[in-house]
Design a protein around this ligand. Structure first.
Ligand SMILES: [Zn+2]
Ligand SMILES: [Zn+2]
Length: 371
């Protein structure tokens, strides 16, 4: 019997299934990973809207994951049996972003500036579909597949004592949280607000608590607020309360605002609250987005007069990988990963997983491609 690869498909809105494709083939520089856990990220939204990001399509889904190497190519520095985390994409390794340890999502190999002219994902070798193209493979470029092709520079070996369940939070959950906290310079004693909490927000909270920051959540969704409470945040403020800002200032004291705000939904409502909740010279880090939707602000009143730093990102920098692994070995961080990872489904039950994701009564959801 010829070996095949089982891949997840979303052929139409509110429908997910599995499809058998040819087993992946690789060239030197790549390995094949038997995926243990493929965490759900933007796929619940894709399941509902059938609107794909530039790197996804109905049969090419998923970008997060952990697993075990089952095949290497000539000259590999890895071995069959190595347990690894896979970071997304296939960055060029040559541009200034790649060579200074920044995030592969912002590699110059991905022509974001060319979006308007229309971009062919298979021609972007730095992207996931490009991985299949450069390997001449009919499957394996994506996360929600039993066997995944991973570029060697996009994987990191896991210590034996780090379980797949803990390490699988190291992509878009605590991985993004680690890099965002690092970039925003969060330190012990800082007051950090986290607005619009989903799994990215839960990752921000985990990383900020790890740094001994005082974490204040701006949120309303009862299930997720309960997760935040269990994780040990200092306060949860309902931003609809008339006195929400006074409640926050009672915590931030004479600085009158938080040192750092992580906005994790992309909703203008929460962006407004995060701007308002910051102190002068505070940093706003956007990790959520609502597609290409615009947001208006006053350059004078919102940015210059209050001297706000505003940036964003949603990936793990190269330079943060070893620190991220070390953080995930911390028992307190592992406890919070167990709290935020609320569901786990066989990939054959992906529809149920996506429905749970859409319900918002969840934290991070794991899929298991081998089941
Ligand atoms: Zn993700
Ligand atoms: Zn690059």
């Amino acid at each position: 019997m010829t070996k095949t690869n089982t891949v997840l498909t979303i052929p139409s809105p509110m429908e997910a299934g599995l499809k058998e494709k040819p087993y992946p083939t690789i060239i030197p520089g790549f390995v094949i990973v038997d995926v243990a856990i493929a965490p759900v990220c933007n796929e619940s939204r894709i399941y509902r809207d059938h609107q794909f990001e530039w790197h996804d399509s109905p049969e090419h889904l998923g970008h997060e994951g952990v697993g075990t190497i089952v095949e290497t190519a000539d000259g590999s520095k890895y071995e069959v049996g190595d347990r690894v985390i896979i970071f997304q994409g296939n960055s060029c390794q040559a541009c200034f972003v790649c060579t200074t340890g920044l995030s592969p999502t912002h590699c110059l190999g991905i022509p974001y500036e060319g979006f308007d002219e229309g971009m062919a994902p298979q021609d972007v070798t730095a992207g996931l579909l490009g991985i299949e193209k450069v390997n001449g493979s009919e499957s394996g470029g994506f996360g929600m597949q039993r066997y995944r092709i991973a570029p060697e520079h996009m994987i990191m070996k896991l210590p034996d004592e780090l379980s797949f369940e803990h390490a699988a939070a190291g992509n878009c959950t605590v991985g993004v949280g680690y890099t965002a906290n690092e970039e925003a310079g969060v330190k012990a004693g800082d007051v950090v607000i986290v607005g619009g909490v989903g799994f990215i927000g839960l990752g921000m909270i985990t990383a900020a608590l790890h740094r001994n920051a005082t974490v204040v959540v701006l949120g309303r969704q009862p299930y997720r607020m309960d997760l935040c409470r269990q994780m040990g945040v200092a306060a949860i403020i309902d931003p609809d309360d008339d006195d929400w800002l006074e409640q926050l200032h009672a915590i931030t004291g004479d600085r009158r605002g938080a040192d750092v705000a992580f906005e994790c939904s992309g909703a203008p409502y929460y962006l407004d609250k995060c701007f308002e909740g910051l102190r002068r010279y505070g940093t706003l880090f956007s990790a959520g987005h609502a597609g290409s939707q615009k947001y208006s602000l006053s350059i004078l009143n919102d940015l210059i007069d209050r001297h706000i730093h505003w940036t964003g990102g949603h990936d793990v920098r190269f330079r943060d990988r070893s620190g991220l692994i070390r953080m995930m070995l911390d028992p307190a961080v592992q406890r919070n990963i167990e709290i935020l990872n609320t569901h786990s489904f066989p990939m054959s039950e992906a529809s149920e997983a996506f429905e749970v994701g859409l319900s918002k009564n969840c934290g991070k959801i794991y899929l298991r491609p081998a089941e």
